[in-house]
Design a binder for this molecule. Structure first.
Ligand code: MRU
Length: 361
């Protein structure tokens, strides 16, 4: 019998067989294929090609990936080990630029090498494994907690609109923007969800609609250009989206099209919530203007998903993978340490202070 997509792990470590196991998300929903990743190139490709995607899942993949690559560095000499580690780390880090979770996870892993330098390479490898496992476990707790805070902003029967996939497939469990939906589902809240299809790579149609539908949630798929109408019709009480990098002033990079949803939500007085693990908040990036936006191949717009090319050959194509939603369009940013409201600089200080008090990284 076909297993429900929600029963799969998005990213799993098979340490005995020295590989990472992911679901190839480019094939969903038609085909559920598990893929094993072993080499740096395989891991890099899986991230770049969006076989594994979504900011938290990319972070977990990078953490397990760098552990596996570190395990293969055959030396007892720390300096040599560290140099090789940094080479592999920099390579993985170059796979995608916008989601800060990639560099965040790799920095955490590098910190483990430095902190355990005196213990020797063998012990460092063990510590790296523990850290990668901790990053994945934390992700589950973070998503669930974001879900609880998010749910406190909703009431039974609400209509919710979401863009892209900030769902379980983008994380280790629950998702971020979908976490309030799943927790509400457990309580019988009966939400009605609208999933934007999310051009050009259709994460909303192929992934969000798929996982919500598989979970028994009342989900309706709409094209990206229908969200304003759905809002005007009064069918949406709140918008919940994920994020790839939040700047210190609250400007938020998320999947291309998110800012358009935020503009429409403002027009129709609908609260616009960004669900953000603190690992996605980058205080070193001052504003959205400082966020590097990934540009992707033009074929994703002209050809992919179509039986034949749908644009004249040679026409110019602009294909940014993300856009930045200005902070003034965001009602609140929901983190695992509470709900941040403008002014976001101050709110983030409090959030990160709470995190520090708990001794979490
Ligand atoms: O290009 P993708 O599919 O990696 O983009 C994903 C998103 O934009 C998500 O909304 C974001 O990473 C948050 S996932 C919890």
């Amino acid at each position: 019998m076909k297993r429900n997509i929600m029963e799969y792990e998005t990213v799993e470590l098979d340490d005995e067989r020295s590989c990472l196991v992911i679901i190839d998300q480019t094939l969903l929903p038609a085909t559920t294929k598990l893929v094993e990743l072993r080499t740096a190139q395989e891991i890099w490709d899986a991230i770049y090609l969006l076989k594994v995607r979504g900011a938290p899942a990319i972070g977990v993949t990078a953490a397990f990936g760098i552990y596996l690559l570190a395990k293969q560095i055959d030396t007892e000499d720390y300096d040599f080990f560290y140099r090789e580690f940094v080479k592999e780390k920099n390579f993985l880090n170059s796979a995608r630029p916008t989601a800060v979770n990639l560099s965040w996870a790799l920095e955490r892993m590098e910190g483990v090498c430095k902190a355990n330098r005196e213990k020797g390479v063998k012990e460092i490898k063990e510590e790296l494994k523990k850290e990668a496992v901790a990053i994945k476990e934390e992700d589950i707790w973070v998503c669930r907690t974001i879900g609880e805070y998010g749910l406190s902003l909703l009431k039974p029967g609400d209509g919710i609109l979401t863009h892209c996939n900030a769902g379980q497939l983008a994380t280790s469990k629950y998702g971020t923007a979908t976490a309030p939906i799943y927790l509400g589902q457990e309580k019988g809240y009966g939400f009605r969800v609208f999933a934007d299809e999310t051009r050009p790579l259709l994460q909303g149609a192929r992934l969000t609609a798929y996982e919500l539908y598989a979970s028994g949630v009342d989900v309706t798929l709409i094209c990206d250009n229908m969200s304003a109408m759905v809002m005007k019709n009064g069918w949406v009480n709140a918008v919940f989206v994920g994020c790839d990098r939040v700047a210190a002033n609250g400007d938020t990079a998320n999947k291309i099209g998110t800012s358009l949803v935020a503009v429409a939500a403002k027009q129709y007085h609908i609260p616009f919530y960004v669900c953000a693990p603190t690992s996605t908040i980058d205080l070193d990036t001052k504003t959205g203007a400082d966020i590097q936006i990934e540009q992707r191949p033009e074929e994703e717009v002209t050809q992919m998903w179509y039986e034949e090319r749908m644009a004249p050959k040679g026409v110019k194509v602009y294909n940014p993978a993300f856009d930045v939603t200005d902070n003034e369009l965001i009602t609140a940013i929901i983190t695992e340490y509470g709900i941040a409201k403008a002014p976001f600089e101050t709110a983030f200080q409090e959030i990160f202070q709470k995190k520090e008090e708990k001794g979490n990284r």
